[in-house]
Each structure stands twice: as C-alpha cells, then as structure tokens.
Design a protein around this ligand. Sequence first.
Ligand code: FPP
Length: 256
Amino acid sequence: MPRFPRFDPSERLGLPAEALPRHVAIIMDGNGRWAKRRRRARIWGHRAGVASVRAVAIECARLGIDRLTLYAFSQENWKRPEREVSILWKLLRSFLVRERREIMDNDIRFTAIGRLEGLPDFVRRELRETERLSARNPGMTLCLALNYGGRAEIVDAARSLAEDVRRGLLSPSAIDEAAIASRLYAPDAPDPDLLVRTAGEQRVSNFLLWQISYAEFHVTPVCWPEFREPHLHEALREYARRDRRFGALPAEAPAG
Ligand code: FPP
C-alpha cells in the first residue's frame, strides 16, 4: 500500500490512467525573466522555481507517472556569472536536504544524470545520500539532469562502446541503436513521451537528444516559477489528444 494519496487521473483531470505519459521531461525555463518582471534579481526566480519543482514532482508521483526528468543545470549553464552558478548549487543542496522527507513520504526514487563528477562535492554528497535513501522506493523516479548535455551523453556512450571494441569485447558491427541506448546515463529509463518547455522558447537546448526522438512537445508561455498543477494538467490533456504514430500511418488509413 502506498503511504501517500494516489490520485485517480480520471477524477483529477478527466483522463484514464492509460492516457497519461509514462515519462515526462521538462525544460524548466524563465526563472530569470519571471524575476526581472518583478524587478528582482535572477536568483529570486530560481528560488521561486524550487517550489514549482516540489509541486510538479509530487503531482506527477500522485498521478502515477513513472518518471519525471527535470533539466536543472546544463553544461552551458557554467557560462553564467559565478555567483548565480554558486547560488544554484546551494539551492539544489538545500532542496535535497529539505525535501528528502517529502521524497520518501511520496515513495519517490530519486536519481540524477549528467557528468556528475563535475559537480561541487557538497552537492554530490547530498545527491548520493538522497539516491541511496530512496533507491528502493516503488513510486515515481524523479531524475534531475545536472551538468547535462545531450551531445555529451552521446559522446560518453560512444566512448564507452569504443573502449569495449578496443578491448576486444565488442565487434563494431554489433553496434546498433540498442547498443548505444544501453550506454546512455539511464539505460533502463523509457524514452520521454512528453517534453514540456516553459517560458515560450521553441527549442530543445541539448536536452535528451537521443531519447526525445518521438516525444510530444508542449510549449507553454508560463515561466517556470509560476508553473503549477493546473499547467501540468493542461500539458497532460494536450498530450492525451495527440495522435502518436511513430512514423506509421494512422490506424484507419488505407494502405497504398
Ligand atoms: C532556467 O531559467 C532555469 C535554470 C537554468 C535552472 C533551473 C533551476 C531551478 C528551477 C532551481 C533549482 C533546481 C532544483 C532541482 C532544486 P533561466 O534562468 O534560464 O530563465 P531566463 O531564460 O528567463 O533567464
């Protein structure tokens, strides 16, 4: 028995459970713009964004979504002023410590992807601890993409395959899509079904490049610090209306 209230998706948003995506990925954007409009420092927006992370993660977990991947820090984000970067790491650390209880109470399994060796030690410690504590939780997997780049992930997969070829463990002709997928950062995760981007920009920004091949894209003008349960519901409803064909013809279309 789960210890937390699970929502019935048909009662909560008028959709049968089968109509929900298994894996939702979110590009959390617009923290800076949200703060600027309020004449506040950018960091104010990041702080407010943490509340959205909490609300959206709990809602997804309670709806029975399998996996939620949040783009929290890209490799390109190192180009920001040092002070902003350092406050982002502190926010992440305090999120991990403060929300551990909530993660456990909601049966969430916490994990992270990216070049994690490049993160500050004080963040890696808390990531490892949250991962360890929540490893056996049976509910949703919450995955943070940190120091993450989609191209870097593919490079790392290619290097790992090349190393096996060099050691004589793998033949180049055995390298296929499944082999590459098996060397990604989270090889057992299903591909995202739904990719949400907040704050209106219509680009992918080096996020999960391999995995989003057939994801449905939902762009909302709402900035991340304002993104809450009703906005998530809107994205899920729109997803449920999409006709996913994976390159095939619609079921009723005549052949030829
Ligand atoms: C994009 O907004 C957001 C980020 C680069 C960082 C996201 C971080 C958080 C939501 C807070 C900490 C995260 C966790 C998981 C606790 P932006 O600054 O690029 O906004 P802008 O495009 O309006 O400038």
